[in-house]
Design a protein around this ligand. Structure first.
Ligand SMILES: *Cc1c(COP(=O)(O)O)cnc(C)c1O
Length: 418
């Protein structure tokens, strides 16, 4: 590359989708095509990994001309390079209605970064009571110190939602289905209420991704994902994203640049690799999860199966109405099990790893009891037997579902022998 060459100058709008191209194509085709601009990939299929902090300028005139405050112009590594722009661009193209995407070093960082972009001292934030626990923690650990007050709401109380707002309420954080307990709220109705009240709707859309829940089309303003889960897909990467229309993308980008948020080009390349197979992996894990959830409903040691994909399960009707896909993450509740029995079940599993995170190619199981974390919704929920409280969350991977069922079967048997 010559000293005077100006590599990888984009069209000035590096993270913005190309006008209408491929709009009507299916999700798998779009995942293959997304973000592969010729100016970034050159003659090869994927964008090279640009490990670069520094742009060398040819002379003073080049320096003076070389740092427009736009994407797609490499002037310093913190603004990203073609590797990160290609990933951001790809995510934008997969999110209907988005004008741009900001990348963050983790999903939690994406949530905090997006909230800080739209809130200021004196504002009130509403957070769904079944939010991912670190999202709840953020209220105390970060937002309170910035003078932002957080209140929690019951995601299933659509009728009472409007009553949650006061004149200082400026944003709502949704997550659907909720972490661990998988409630499906009426997000389109609640986001419409938020808009009427002048509040910004953010959604932690990690479970469904844009493929399963086109959040902006459903009335949300900012769609957030932990890319650590489905996009990475191989349990070797931490990253997050927030996608939005032009107005909110500008706010997200401005705040993230001011905070010094950047992701490594190596990780961006891994995320892009994961993205190409995401529709295929989601399709497979969704089908396996449904098969396994069906099997679990027939087991006498299981009191409840919390899987919106499953006909008849809580949230299924809204999932069917609002979602275009699912994933392999769901939960179930052991019938009247003691803590020792719940632990025995987990310990007897051979194929399922014991671990947090999800969305990888390998199946995982983790026990949960959300009763202490929630403030607006009881656990166990009203109407359940109080002794049915030991939850197990499964992340179904790409193994043969018959083998996973066999593993769950022998672990339930082992639990029964206690
Ligand atoms: C894992 C997770 C996050 C956080 O993502 P990290 O990349 O681990 O920081 C956020 N939301 C949900 C629903 C998650 O499951």
């Amino acid at each position: 590359m010559g000293r005077r060459s100006r590599p990888a100058q984009g069209n000035g709008r590096g993270c913005v989708k190309e006008g209408g191209k491929g709009k009507s194509r299916g999700p798998a085709t779009r995942a293959v095509e997304a973000g592969r601009r010729k100016q970034w990939t050159g003659a090869v299929v994927n964008p090279p990994i640009w490990r670069a902090s520094t742009h060398l300028y040819a002379d003073s005139a080049d320096l003076a001309a070389g740092r427009p405050d736009e994407d797609g112009h490499f002037y310093y590594g913190r603004r990203g390079s073609p590797t990160q722009w290609a990933l951001a661009d790809a995510l934008t193209q997969l999110e209907p209605g988005a004008a741009g995407t900001v990348l963050y070093p983790s999903g939690v960082s994406a949530i905090s970064g997006a909230l800080l972009a739209v809130l200021r001292a004196g504002d009130v934030l509403l957070v769904t009571d079944n939010a991912y626990e670190p999202s709840r923690m953020m209220a105390r650990a970060v937002l309170a110190d910035c003078g932002i007050e957080t209140r929690f709401f019951d995601p299933l109380d659509t009728a009472g939602f409007a009553g949650q707002f006061c004149d200082r309420t400026k944003a709502v954080l949704f997550e659907c289905p909720g972490s661990l307990t998988m409630e499906v709220g009426d997000v389109p109705a609640m986001a419409a209420t938020a808009r009427e009240k002048g509040a910004v709707s953010l959604i932690d859309n990690t479970w469904a991704s844009a493929l399963g829940f086109p959040a902006l089309e459903r009335g949300c303003d900012i769609s957030i994902m932990s890319l650590t889960k489905h996009v990475g897909g191989h349990s070797d990467l931490m990253m997050g994203s927030a996608s939005a229309d032009e107005k909110f993308y500008r706010k997200l980008r401005h705040k993230s640049q001011a905070l010094g948020v950047v992701v490594s080009p190596d990780d961006a390349a891994l995320a892009l690799r994961g993205l190409r197979t995401m529709p295929l992996r989601l399709e497979r894990s969704t089908a396996s999860a449904l098969q396994i959830a069906r099997w679990l409903t027939d087991q006498q040691q299981v009191a409840h199966v919390l899987c919106p994909l499953l006909p008849g399960a809580p949230g299924h009707a809204l999932w069917q109405r609002d979602f275009t896909g699912g994933c392999g993450l769901f939960s179930f509740v052991l019938r009247g099990a003691s803590p020792a029995q719940s632990a025995a079940f987990i310990d007897a599993l051979e194929l399922f790893g014991i671990g947090y995170s999800w969305g990888g190619f390998e199946s995982l199981a983790i026990p949960f009891d959300p009763s202490r974390a929630r403030s607006e919704t009881p656990w166990p929920p009203a109407g359940w037997q109080q002794e049915d409280r030991h939850g197990i969350r499964l992340s179904i991977g790409l193994e043969d579902p018959a083998d996973l069922i066999q593993d769950l079967h022998q672990a339930l048997d082992a639990m029964g022998k206690l």
